[in-house]
Design a protein around this ligand. Structure first.
Ligand SMILES: [Zn+2]
Length: 113
């Protein structure tokens, strides 16, 4: 039944759209650092990673720096995360699980040939 198949596909798209919506909501919570609520931040960070994995969605670029991918701790720079620029890369060290993540393409990657 072709209509049935199309219906299923639409449902799948809806599911992804809802997952993306939740991602955005959670990022909104993580970005709101004016009123930090430790428990809320932590559960939001964990949910964000979980949702992204379950729905096989990429973690949006604006949230990649906000959450530790290993221990799911929300990063508060200067408190539990350290940022250094080295060789043209942004290096974020999580001070809770001491995992290191590097962002950026390395030396001179911003230059064009
Ligand atoms: Zn960590």
């Amino acid at each position: 039944m072709p209509s049935n198949r199309r219906g299923r596909q639409k449902k799948g798209q809806q599911r992804r759209a809802q997952a993306q919506e939740s991602q955005e909501r959670l990022i909104g919570i993580l970005e709101n650092t004016t009123d930090p609520n430790e428990r809320l931040l932590r559960s939001s960070a964990r949910h964000l990673i979980k949702i992204s994995r379950r729905h096989r969605l990429p973690v949006p670029s604006e949230a990649r720096h906000l959450v530790c991918r290993k221990c799911h701790a929300p990063h508060r720079f200067g408190e539990n995360a350290r940022v250094r620029i080295k060789h043209g890369q942004r290096i974020i060290t999580c001070l809770e699980c001491s995992s290191i993540r590097r962002f950026g393409g390395g030396p001179k990657s911003h230059r064009r040939r």
